[in-house]
Design a protein. Structure first.
Length: 505
């Protein structure tokens, strides 16, 4: 029973539940910092100790949730009158508890240790272009994750169970429908673009760009976008990522002296994640109301800033003078040149994180289909490279020259993160719908971006997304923010119009 918050005094069991879940989240937060350190600063030979540390914290978090009083407190609250927000907290904790309670602590610890060991193996395999070096770790993780899914719901599609770890309130069928729409739209659109005679300034940023200067420019861009360095930091990692909470949220990026745009878009992407996390309510830290909704919503924030802001013509009219100041060799570029170069669709690109805005989603769909086959038992780990190359040829018309540029390029499988990849495309689709709604409500949004005034957009996101934490389910949150159901319509309209104009197709 849900009622108005002002009319309800929190039951004692609810207060105790919050205290318990805050302890669980504190352990998980400590584990996240150790994971950040492993990927950014830990000495190369630190893996054996870090594996034990992370597995112990993972087991401790599981035990606090399952073996403590959480289950009894949830039972006590079943018939209590609760406010809407209290009801949301109980809903989220109940879901977390039920899933954790069904998974043996020994399996949780084994998965944690396996992922920590797999990370080092993946890094080495990628560097050596040797899939066989990583394959035993991937095979172990696939097996462990099947066991995990079977414990949670032996009657369900195991991949749907794993997907729900990252997107708990969006049916897998809805996600598949959206991905199908993307594939049906993007494959012919990309073919038309590649057949176009449009003369874009695709070579505008050719040359060599000092990586230290790129890092300085990335910091300047983060400050321009209002990243709070008192609660965060910028570092370099093999795979760009964001980690933390509303008091300490850190971003990483990577630099390539031949690709300054890649570093900028990665940095802006990670800023979007951090901006969401830093916008969560301080006073709700440790509770579901102070945590992000899920990875699709998180990705909507990063893709909104990366693509709808960072790749926009308005943003490049703002940024180009700063870019030219950092790199005088680019002083003959026009804003239009920069905009076209930042939005080119590549004839051949093998790396997801370096992909253009359109082919990016076909990279995701390839991974999604392979994951489904792996978890479903329809694909052997040893056959992953061949299947990978087959799907790349089918959807993108290209075959990776190596496994390092193919199936070994992403870190996520070493984390055991099966079910994660669809959230990237779902987030991009959601970003288009949110940006449409923000544009309708904020007067002259594009001129504001060109003037470097990001506050109105930031405030809109704070009000409509960030402040809610996990109060709403995914589809409910989209409706609250936009007034419309979550669909691919806005995204398809956006890419069709934008790239139709760029490539005259």
């Amino acid at each position: 029973m849900a009622t108005d918050a002002s009319a309800v005094e929190a039951p004692e069991a609810y207060t105790e539940l919050l205290s318990e879940i805050e302890r669980v989240n504190a352990v998980e937060s400590a584990s996240e910092i150790l994971s950040w350190d492993q990927q950014v600063m830990m000495p190369e030979s630190g893996t054996p100790a870090r594996s034990k540390q992370l597995s112990t914290l993972s087991s401790l978090s599981h035990d606090l949730l399952v073996d403590g009083p959480v289950g009894d407190l949830l039972d006590d609250l079943e018939d209590e009158p609760l406010s809407d927000e209290q009801q949301a907290v109980v809903r989220e904790v109940h879901r977390q508890y039920v899933r954790a309670e069904r998974v043996p602590g020994e399996l949780v610890e084994e998965i944690s240790e396996a992922t920590s060991e797999a990370l080092g193996a993946w890094e080495s395999a990628r560097e050596n272009d040797d899939f066989d070096e990583f394959a035993p770790h991937l095979e172990r993780l696939v097996d462990l994750k099947r066991q995990y899914a079977d414990h949670i719901d032996p009657d369900a599609d195991p991949y749907a169970v794993l997907f729900a770890d990252y997107e708990p309130w969006l049916p897998l069928s809805q996600a598949e429908s959206i991905l199908d729409e993307l594939r049906e739209t993007l494959v012919p659109l990309i073919e038309d673009i590649r057949a176009s005679d449009a003369d874009l300034a695709t070579d505008a940023f050719e040359g060599t760009y000092d990586t230290e200067v790129q890092e300085e420019l990335s910091r300047e861009v983060l400050e321009l976008l209002d990243y709070d360095f008192s609660r965060g930091r910028l570092d370099v990692s093999t795979h760009p990522f964001t980690s933390g909470n509303q008091f300490d949220c850190r971003v990483t990026t990577r630099f390539d002296e031949s690709d300054p745009i890649g570093a900028l878009t990665s940095t802006i992407h990670e800023f979007g994640h951090a901006y969401y996390t830093l916008g969560l309510p301080d006073e709700q830290f440790g509770s579901p109301l102070g945590d992000h909704r899920n990875l699709s919503v998180h990705e909507s924030q990063s893709r909104l800033w990366e693509n709808h802001v960072g790749r926009s013509a308005a943003f490049w009219r703002l940024l180009l003078p700063k870019f030219e100041s950092a790199f005088p060799q680019a002083d003959d570029l026009s804003p239009q040149d920069a905009y076209e170069a930042a939005n080119q669709v590549y004839d051949e690109n093998f790396i997801r994180v370096e992909a253009d805005e359109l082919t990016y989603h076909l990279h995701i769909i390839v991974r999604f289909e392979i994951e489904r086959e792996l978890i479903g038992g329809d694909l052997a780990v040893s056959d992953v490279p061949e299947r990978w190359n087959e799907l790349y040829e089918e959807y993108l018309g290209i075959t990776p020259p190596s496994d390092a540029m193919g199936c070994l390029q992403d870190i996520h499988w070493s984390h055991g993160s099966f079910g994660y990849f669809p959230t990237y495309s779902l987030g991009s689709v959601m970003a288009a719908q949110l940006y449409d709604a923000a544009s309708d409500e904020i007067d002259d949004l594009e001129p504001k971006i060109e003037a470097g005034n990001f506050e109105p957009l930031g405030e809109w996101l704070r009000e409509n997304i960030h402040q809610h934490g996990q109060r709403y389910r995914t589809n409910e949150l989209v409706v609250e923010a936009t007034g419309e159901d979550f669909t691919a319509e806005a995204f398809i309209d956006y890419v069709t119009e934008k790239y139709g104009e760029l490539y005259d197709c």
